[in-house]
Design a binder for this molecule. Structure first.
Ligand SMILES: C[S@@+](CC[C@H](N)C(=O)[O-])C[C@H]1O[C@@H](n2cnc3c(N)ncnc32)[C@H](O)[C@@H]1O
Length: 224
């Protein structure tokens, strides 16, 4: 099955013996792709929305995968027992929804891998999941239809990160490619413009933006 560059990049973090729970599966495109790639993989596709689940079931049927993908309706991890999954995939949602889903510690205690593509607040996301007792094993930036997405894989463990690593991503910093430069130079430009617009009495925000601009300038090659 053809799928988006973003979803395909997420599947590259998955191995065929992972026991997947895909939370917020929507049309189950990721799950169909996975099942076609790895016929023996265990996949639970789940969504809170009735409409999404109907669509998921329709797409699964169209690909003759009924009975092969376990589709469930409900909120986050509440739909499954912990022994049914060891790999959590959450993509295309905002940080606060992701945070809420992962906040039930009992539900993530047996998990060997959490793969996240958040649409917002990547820095807060890194901080939050590290606090839950995970470290960042792999990261990737992917451009799809002019948007650059960050995919992060967390595994249980402890690793110390400094401010810059949390901001840029420790694994992304180890391999600064063209996309890294594009992504963070756009941020640099954004913060420089924001700084110009901030009123002089907004000292805290000005200092914050200045700090971000400083570290961005240290890590990004600005195209002249
Ligand atoms: C924008 S779609 C992303 C779909 C797909 N994961 C992707 O990356 O393309 C977000 C989906 O998450 C679902 N969702 C939001 N909150 C949820 C929750 N607490 N539990 C399960 N699904 C949720 C929504 O119903 C929606 O179908």
């Amino acid at each position: 099955m053809r799928t988006s560059k973003r979803l395909k990049a997420i599947t590259e973090f998955i191995d065929e013996n992972d026991k997947i729970i895909d939370i917020g599966c929507d049309h189950a495109l990721l799950d169909i792709y996975l099942k076609e790639e790895y016929p023996n993989i265990n996949v639970i596709a789940t969504d809170i929305s009735e409409g999404a689940i109907k669509q998921a079931k329709r797409s699964i049927q169209r690909h003759n995968l009924d009975e092969k993908i376990d589709v469930r309706i409900g909120d986050g991890l509440t739909v499954a027992d912990t022994e049914e999954y060891d790999t959590i995939v959450i993509s295309g949602m905002g940080f606060y929804t992701i945070k809420k889903i992962l906040s039930n510690q009992e539900k993530i205690k047996n998990v060997k891998k959490i793969i996240i593509q958040s649409n917002t607040d990547i820095v807060k996301l890194r901080k939050y999941i590290i606090k839950l007792g995970y470290k960042i094993s792999r990261e990737k930036l992917i451009e799809d239809k002019d948007i650059i997405y960050t995919i992060i894989e967390f595994i249980p463990g402890v690793e110390k990160y400094d401010y810059k690593q949390i901001y840029f991503g420790p694994r992304l910093m180890e391999n600064k490619d063209e996309l890294f430069n594009d992504y963070y130079s756009k941020k640099l430009l954004k913060y420089e413009n924001l700084l110009l617009q901030l009123p002089n009495n907004n000292i805290v925000s000005k200092l914050h933006h200045k700090k971000l601009i400083k570290i961005l300038k240290e890590e990004v090659k600005v195209n002249e």
